[in-house]
Design a protein around this ligand. Structure first.
Ligand SMILES: Cc1ncc(C[n+]2csc(CCOP(=O)(O)OP(=O)(O)O)c2C)c(N)n1
Ligand code: SF4
Ligand SMILES: [Mg+2]
Length: 270
């Protein structure tokens, strides 16, 4: 028998074969239940999920410290079941350096945005990478200062409309975007550098493998994963159009893949 729109009608005169799934069943072990305030269609929760799932899979739940920058993603610092230190703008890699040097047995990671890392604290992360600090830095790259209204950052692609580049980013007036992962890949202290994205299920899967590999390689030196995330609000596009916008505009400039893997780890996506 079929119902409206040809969907099968589920008989209700006997108990279902298995119980209904609850929110808890879909939630990674390290995420505390609770609604976050991020916009519908935002890519940052997906990226954060990949990070916490990787921490759990590596068995580092009780031996991990995350240092957060400031941006929309900072909302997660309160509902993750791992230790979190809040840094000032752009300073997370320096704070993480201190944590790792004083507690070398811990897995230490940073979560920053493109505004926080590439604009407000580029020198911090650049020197941490060059020094080969044994930390893993994640940059959620949406090409805007999302939390403060969608202004241009150092990673904004040419032609992109932002709050202060309404006609689109113009190289003559606003300069060129910085490809951060490409920059780090040139530094001798960096042992693993990759760029992923969360616009499709396949890319989420690849990104998760990059995150795993970066955390695994941390004891060999500086590791970095840039994750392209959707920001429909800051991009002035419909929520449903944001993954396509990411693929067409952002990923065309900030190409995905593993840029450096000195240890040649097994099972790493590229
Ligand atoms: C020293 C300082 N400068 C600026 C701000 C304002 N501010 C807060 S969040 C933010 C945007 C951060 O952008 P990004 O790191 O890209 O994160 P997103 O919101 O896009 O996820 C800015 C500029 C601040 N809080 N402190
Ligand atoms: S402004 Fe952008 S980055 Fe911030 S929560 Fe909304 S969609 Fe996400
Ligand atoms: Mg941003």
């Amino acid at each position: 028998m079929t119902g409206r729109k040809n969907l099968p009608i589920v008989p209700t005169d006997e108990p279902p074969a298995c119980g209904a799934k609850l929110v808890h069943d879909f939630t990674p072990a390290l995420v505390d239940i609770g609604a976050h305030q991020l916009c519908p269609g935002c890519g940052e929760p997906v990226a954060m999920r990949a990070v916490v799932e990787a921490v759990a899979e590596l068995g580092r739940t009780a031996s991990c410290v995350a240092v957060f920058g400031i941006g929309c993603y900072t909302a997660f610092s309160n509902n993750l079941d791992i230790e979190v230190v809040q840094a000032l703008h752009g300073r997370a890699p320096s704070v993480a350096t201190g944590v790792k040097r004083s507690r070398p047995e811990l897995a230490v990671l940073t979560v920053q945005g493109d505004g926080d890392m590439a604009n407000e604290g580029l020198q911090e992360v650049l020197h941490a990478a060059a020094r080969g600090e044994r930390i893993t830095c994640f940059m959620l790259n949406n090409g805007v200062f999302g939390e403060t209204g969608g202004h241009m950052t150092a990673t904004t692609v040419l032609g992109q409309r932002t709050k202060n580049t309404l006609e689109g980013r113009d190289s003559a007036r606003h300069g060129h975007p910085i490809r951060l992962a490409n920059l780090f890949a040139q530094l001798d202290g960096a042992v693993y550098v990759a760029r992923g994205a969360v616009d499709t299920a396949v890319n989420v899967h690849r990104t998760k493998r990059m995150v795993l590999r970066a955390l695994q390689a941390q004891e060999s030196g500086f590791t970095f994963v840039e994750i392209l995330t959707m920001c429909p609000t800051g991009w002035f596009v419909e929520t449903t159009q944001a993954p396509g916008y990411l693929a067409e505009h952002h990923a065309a400039v900030h190409s995905m893949g593993v840029l450096k893997d000195l240890k040649g780890g097994k099972g790493v996506a590229n």
